[in-house]
Ligand binder design. Structure first.
Ligand SMILES: Nc1ncnc2c1ncn2[C@@H]1O[C@H](COP(=O)(O)OP(=O)(O)OP(=O)(O)O)[C@@H](O)[C@H]1O
Ligand SMILES: [Mg+2]
Length: 371
C-alpha cells in the first residue's frame, strides 16, 4: 500500500498544498513551526480519521477558514487500482470520510484499512501521563487489529456513559430519582463485556510483549531489560459481583469506580518504573519500541506494511540508536516512510546508506515543494 499523492485545503497552517510522494522515503525538511508535523498529521487523518496531536477536529481548520479537506490517493502493491480517501470538515458540521466519493456511515468501518504508525516526540506522553493515555493507545491499536474488539469497546463505553448518567441522576435527586432497575439492567450487559475486554487485552499482550522486547533489545543493543504488564481490577475477578459490591460507593461518587475503563499497562525497565527511573533517551527508545511492535503486528495482520511517520526522530536519540533505527529503513523492513527534520544536511548524512528511493521536500510557512 502506497500513498501516491496528498492534497490539503485549509488544513492547519496550509491553504492549498498538493504533493506527489515517493513509494520509498519522503523527507520533509523545514524550520520549527513551518508545518512538517502538520503534514504527517494529515496522513494520520487519512488512516485513522483523526489527528494524532490536536484534540478537536475543528482546531485543524485553518484559522479564519470555514472548512478543511485532506485527500489522499492510495495504490495497492498488487493491483493498479487507485483508491481515494477524503476527510473533510466544515465548521459546525459533522466530519465526513469518503472512500472513492462514497461516504462511510461509521468511521469504525474505515479504521484499520489504511494503517499508519506515527513515531513522534509526543510518544513519551505514554510513559509520563496517566493510565488513560496508555489505555487509549492500546485500545486504538487493538481496534485496528481486531474489529470485534472495537465493537465491544464501543458498546462498553456507551453502556458506561449510561451507567454514569444514572448514578449522577441518583446523586442529584437524593436517592429518590435513582433508577436501580435500570442500573441493574445496564450492569447485566456491562459485566460480560468488561470480562471479554480483559480477556482480549490479556491475549493481546501475550502476542505483543515479545515483539516489543525484541525491538527494544535491537534499538538499545541489549543495554536495558524492559517489561510490560497488564493491570486490571477484573483479572481473576467476577466483574458482575464487583459491580454489586461497589454499588454504594459508585452511587456516592456518582461514577463507576470499577471496570475496564480503569485498566492500565505498567512499563518497567530493569525492574524499575520507566517513568521515574529511565533517562529521556531510554524513555524515547521505549516509546519507539512500542511503536515498532505496533508496526509489526499491523503489518502481519493486514498483510500490508503501514505507512510509517517518523516525526523528529533525530531528537534525543544517540547516534547509535538513530543508526539502528535507520537500518530498518535501509533493509526495507518498512514500506513507505515519511520523516521530518529541521536540517537537510543531517538528514542526508543519516540516510547516506539508505538505498530506497528518497524524495526531499522543503516545508516553509505552510507551503511544501520538492527540493
Ligand atoms: N488551525 C490552524 N490554523 C492555522 N495555523 C495552525 C493551525 N493549527 C496549527 N497551526 C500552526 O501550524 C504551525 C506549524 O506546526 P507544525 O507542528 O507542523 O510545525 P513543525 O514544522 O512540525 O515544527 P517543529 O519543527 O517545531 O516540530 C504552527 O505554528 C501552528 O501554530
Ligand atoms: Mg514538528
Amino acid at each position: 500500500m502506497t500513498l501516491d499523492s496528498l492534497q490539503l485545503l485549509f488544513f492547519k497552517n496550509y491553504d492549498d498544498a498538493a504533493l506527489r510522494l515517493s513509494p520509498g522515503l519522503n523527507c520533509f525538511i523545514g524550520d520549527n513551526g513551518s508545518g512538517k508535523t502538520n503534514l504527517l498529521d494529515a496522513i494520520h487523518y487519512l488512516s485513522l480519521t483523526k489527528s494524532a496531536i490536536t484534540a478537536s477536529d475543528a482546531l485543524c481548520i485553518k484559522q479564519d477558514a470555514d472548512f478543511f479537506v485532506v485527500k489522499g490517493v492510495f495504490s495497492s502493491n498488487n493491483t493498479s487500482d487507485k483508491e481515494t480517501i477524503q476527510v473533510s470538515l466544515r465548521q459546525g458540521q459533522k466530519k465526513t470520510v469518503t472512500h472513492d466519493k462514497q461516504a462511510y456511515e461509521r468511521m469504525a468501518d474505515h479504521i484499520g484499512r489504511y494503517p499508519a504508525v506515527l513515531i513522534s516526540p509526543y510518544d513519551t506522553d505514554l510513559i509520563r501521563q496517566g493510565s488513560e493515555e496508555r489505555r487509549k493507545y492500546f485500545d486504538s491499536l487493538m481496534a485496528q487489529l481486531d474489529h470485534e474488539f472495537l465493537e465491544q469497546l464501543i458498546s462498553y463505553n456507551s453502556l458506561l456513559r449510561q451507567r454514569n448518567a444514572v448514578l449522577k441522576q441518583g446523586g442529584h435527586s437524593n436517592a429518590h430519582g435513582f433508577d436501580r432497575d435500570y442500573l441493574l439492567a445496564i450492569d447485566e450487559q456491562l459485566a460480560p463485556l468488561g470480562q471479554q475486554l480483559t480477556a482480549l487485552r490479556e491475549a493481546f499482550l501475550i502476542d505483543y510483549l515479545p515483539i516489543f522486547q525484541r525491538h527494544y533489545e535491537q534499538l538499545a543493543d541489549g543495554r536495558e531489560q524492559v517489561m510490560l504488564t497488564y493491570k486490571s481490577q477484573l483479572v481473576g475477578a467476577d466483574f458482575a459481583q464487583l459491580l454489586r459490591l461497589n454499588e454504594r460507593k459508585d452511587f456516592v461518587l456518582q461514577r463507576s469506580t470499577i471496570g475496564s475503563h480503569r485498566d492500565d499497562f505498567v512499563f518497567v525497565m530493569n525492574d524499575q518504573p520507566v517513568k521515574s527511573h529511565a533517562s529521556q533517551g531510554q524513555q524515547k527508545s521505549f516509546a519507539i519500541a512500542l511503536k515498532l511492535a505496533q508496526f509489526e503486528l499491523l503489518a502481519a495482520k493486514q498483510q500490508k506494511k503501514p505507512l510509517l511517520l517518523l516525526d523528529d526522530i533525530f531528537d534525543r536519540l544517540d547516534d547509535k540508536r538513530i543508526a539502528r533505527l535507520l537500518e530498518l529503513v535501509a533493509d526495507e523492513t518498512f514500506g513507505q516512510v515519511f520523516l521530518t527534520d529541521t536540517n537537510l544536511e543531517r538528514t542526508d548524512q543519516a540516510l547516506a546508506r539508505v538505498t530506497v528511493p528518497i524524495l526531499r521536500f522543503r516545508v516553509q510557512n505552510g507551503t511544501v515543494a520538492p527540493v
